[in-house]
Design a binder for this molecule. Structure first.
Ligand code: ADP
Length: 543
C-alpha cells in the first residue's frame, strides 16, 4: 500500500498534542475567573485564584516531604477544602491520590495503606481513633498530617503537623509540571470487589479529564453552577465532579455530613443548582421532617446513582422542586459511565410512568466509547427486547488502567476486550439498559458496596458457627441490608441474633454488619454448594 498523503509530515508535536489532564481545568478557571468564588465551606470561602494557590502550595509542601512521581498520598477526610485541593495538589506533585472511605474499620484501612504503599496520610481529626489503630497495623513508615476542620466533632491530633501549617510552608510559585503522559496514574480508589479482598482501581489523567467532560455534558454544568457536595469525594473522586465543577468555573459548596436540615438551608442560601447522591441521600431528603425542609425558589438538578433509585423516590424528589437525572457506573469506570438521557416526549407522561422510565440506567455517556449488554460466555449482544438478560459491558477511555498489583483480576475483568461489570440487565427497544440483577456477590446498602464474602469470613471465625452465607435483603430505606444465614456447630450453645450482630460489629465496619440473622441449615446443591439464590428469595420474603 502506498503511503497516504495524510501519513506524511503531519506529526505529533508539543504544539498539536498535549496530555489530557484535569489539572488544566484549574489553570483555566483560575486565569479566566480569578475572583470568582470557587469553594465554600462553612463560613470560609476561596476564590479561584486562592484555590489554585492552595493547590500549588500543597504540591510544593508534599514535594518538600519527599513525595515524588508515582508515590501514593492517602486522604481520610469528609468533603471539605483539603480533600478537594488534594485532587489537584497531589497530582501536581506527580503523585497519586488515594481517597479513603471514612466509614471503613481500622484493619481494612491498615490493609489499604499497606497495599497502596502510602507515603503521606492526611487525616481529619474526627477519625483520629480509627486511624491511630490502623497505623499500629501498617508495615511501613507513613508521614501523618492532621486536618483541623472547625466543623469536625471531637478527635485528637496524631500527626506531625497540621494541614494549614503544611500549606503555609508550600511555595505559591512552585514550578509544578503537567504530566508528561496522559496515561500516568492520577488516583487510586479501592472497591470492595467480590472476593472480600479490596481491589485498588487505578485512574489515569486522560480518563479523569474525559469523564469530567462527560459529567458536564450529561448533567448540564456551566459557569453558573453552584454544586453542593452531598456525594462523598472519596467515591470515585466524587464521580469526577471534583474536576468537572472546576472545568466550568462553578462553585463547590462543601458538605461534611448528610444532615437534611443543613442541606435544604444551603440549597436556599447558596442558590445551589446541582448536587449528586446515592438514592439513600434522596430518601433522607424526602423523609426529612417538614420543619427541616426549607423551601427554595429554584429547580435543583440532582443526579443519583450507585444503586437503583426506586421510582417513588424519583417522583417524590420531583415534587419537592428537584429535577432528577439517573446515572449508573462503577468505581472501575470513573463513577458514572451511563445516563438515563432525557427524551422530550417523557415530559407529557404521568409522573409515575415518567419515573419508571427514568429508573432505567440508560445509555452511555457521550465520552464513553461503547456500552453493550452481552451474554458473557459468547460475548454476543442480547436482542433489544426488554426481556433477555445479559451482562453490561463497557469499553473506552474512561475505563480504569487496571487493578493495582493484581494483573490476574485486571485480565479477568477485561476478557474479550470489554470491561465486565457483573451487572445483569436487559436492553430495551429504545436502546436504554435496565439492570435486573447482579452476577457478582455484593450487597449495596445506602450506596456502599459490601462484599458478602468479607462478612462470611468474619462469621466463619465465630467459635459456634459452622456455616454462614450472606445475601442482600431488600430494604425500603437503605435499598438493601446485609442478611446472614447461619448454621451452628453440632452441640454449640445457642446464639441470639443480637449476639451475632454484636460480634460482627466488633470485627466489621458498621455499615457492613448484618441487620438480620436467620439460624438453621443452609440449602445446598448436590455438589454441596450453598444455593445463594434460594437464600436471596428467602431474604426477599422476609419483607
Ligand atoms: P459507586 O461508588 O458508584 O457506588 P461501586 O463500584 O462502589 O461504585 O458500585 C458499583 C455498583 O453499584 C454497580 O456495579 C452496580 O451494581 C451498582 N450501581 C451503580 N449505579 C447503579 C444504578 N444506577 N442502578 C443500579 N445499580 C447501580
Amino acid at each position: 500500500m502506498p503511503e497516504s498523503i495524510f501519513q506524511k509530515d503531519l506529526d505529533k508535536t508539543q504544539a498539536n498534542f498535549q496530555p489530557q489532564t484535569p489539572l488544566s481545568y484549574l489553570d483555566w478557571a483560575a486565569s479566566v475567573y480569578p475572583d470568582k468564588v470557587a469553594v465554600i465551606h462553612g463560613d470560609r470561602q476561596f476564590t479561584y485564584a486562592a484555590f489554585r494557590e492552595r493547590c500549588v502550595r500543597l504540591a510544593s509542601a508534599l514535594t518538600g516531604l519527599g513525595v515524588g512521581p508515582g508515590d501514593t498520598v492517602s486522604f481520610m477526610a469528609p468533603n471539605g477544602p483539603p480533600l478537594l485541593e488534594a485532587h489537584y495538589g497531589v497530582p501536581m506533585a506527580g503523585a497519586v491520590l488515594n481517597a479513603l472511605n471514612f466509614r471503613l474499620d481500622a484493619s481494612t484501612i491498615a490493609s489499604l495503606l499497606n497495599h497502596a504503599e502510602t507515603k503521606v496520610l492526611v487525616t481529619d481529626r474526627e477519625f483520629s481513633a480509627v486511624i491511630s489503630q490502623a497505623l499500629e497495623q501498617t508495615d511501613h513508615a507513613i508521614i501523618v498530617i492532621d486536618i483541623d476542620d472547625p466543623l469536625a466533632s471531637g478527635g485528637a491530633f496524631i500527626g506531625q503537623t497540621d494541614y494549614e501549617s503544611l500549606l503555609s510552608k508550600g511555595d505559591p510559585q512552585f514550578a509544578w509540571t503537567m504530566p508528561a503522559d496522559e496515561w500516568q496514574a492520577i488516583s487510586l480508589n479501592y472497591t470492595s470487589g467480590t472476593t472480600g479482598e479490596p481491589k485498588g482501581v487505578v485512574y489515569h489523567h486522560r480518563g479523569a479529564f474525559l469523564n469530567a467532560m462527560g459529567d458536564i455534558l450529561s448533567f448540564g454544568l456551566n459557569r453558573n453552577t453552584v454544586y453542593l457536595w452531598t456525594l462523598p469525594m472519596f467515591h470515585c473522586n466524587g464521580w469526577c465532579f471534583t474536576w468537572a465543577v472546576t472545568a466550568v468555573a462553578g462553585t463547590h459548596v462543601c458538605q461534611r455530613n448528610i444532615v437534611p436540615g443543613e442541606i435544604f438551608l444551603k440549597i436556599k442560601h447558596n442558590k445551589v443548582t446541582h448536587m449528586c447522591g446515592a438514592p439513600i441521600v434522596l430518601n433522607m431528603l424526602v423523609h426529612a421532617a417538614d420543619d427541616q425542609k426549607t423551601r427554595f425558589p429554584q429547580t435543583v438538578e440532582v443526579a443519583t446513582g450507585g444503586a437503583a433509585p426506586p421510582s417513588a423516590i424519583i417522583a417524590a424528589m420531583e415534587q419537592m422542586g428537584f429535577n432528577v437525572t439517573h446515572l449508573y457506573g462503577l468505581t472501575e469506570c470513573y463513577g458514572p459511565s451511563t445516563v438515563c438521557a432525557w427524551q422530550d416526549e417523557w415530559g407529557e407522561l404521568e409522573l409515575a410512568e415518567k419515573a419508571s422510565l427514568m429508573a432505567r440506567q440508560g445509555v452511555r455517556y457521550p465520552t464513553l466509547f461503547d456500552q453493550a449488554v452481552m451474554a458473557p460466555e459468547t460475548m454476543t449482544p442480547v436482542p433489544a427486547d426488554g426481556k433477555t438478560l445479559g451482562e453490561i459491558m463497557l469499553r473506552g477511555n474512561t475505563v480504569m488502567k487496571g487493578y493495582l498489583k493484581n494483573p490476574k483480576a485486571t485480565t479477568d475483568a477485561f476478557r474479550g476486550g470489554w470491561y465486565h461489570t457483573g451487572d445483569l440487565a436487559v436492553l430495551h427497544g429504545d436502546g436504554y439498559v435496565e439492570i435486573k440483577d447482579r452476577s457478582k456477590d455484593v450487597i449495596i446498602s445506602g450506596g456502599e458496596n459490601i462484599s458478602s464474602l468479607e462478612v462470611e469470613e468474619v462469621l466463619y471465625k465465630h467459635a459456634q458457627i459452622m456455616e454462614a452465607a450472606v445475601v442482600a435483603r431488600p430494604d425500603e430505606k437503605w435499598g438493601e441490608t446485609t442478611c446472614a444465614f447461619v448454621d451452628l456447630k453440632p452441640g454449640a450453645d445457642s446464639l441470639s441474633q443480637t449476639q451475632v450482630i454484636d460480634y460482627c460489629r466488633a470485627h466489621l465496619a458498621h455499615f457492613k454488619t448484618p441487620r438480620t440473622v436467620i439460624f438453621g441449615p443452609l440449602p445446598k446443591t448436590s455438589t454441596g454448594k450453598i444455593q445463594k439464590f434460594v437464600l436471596r428469595e428467602r431474604a426477599k420474603d422476609l419483607t
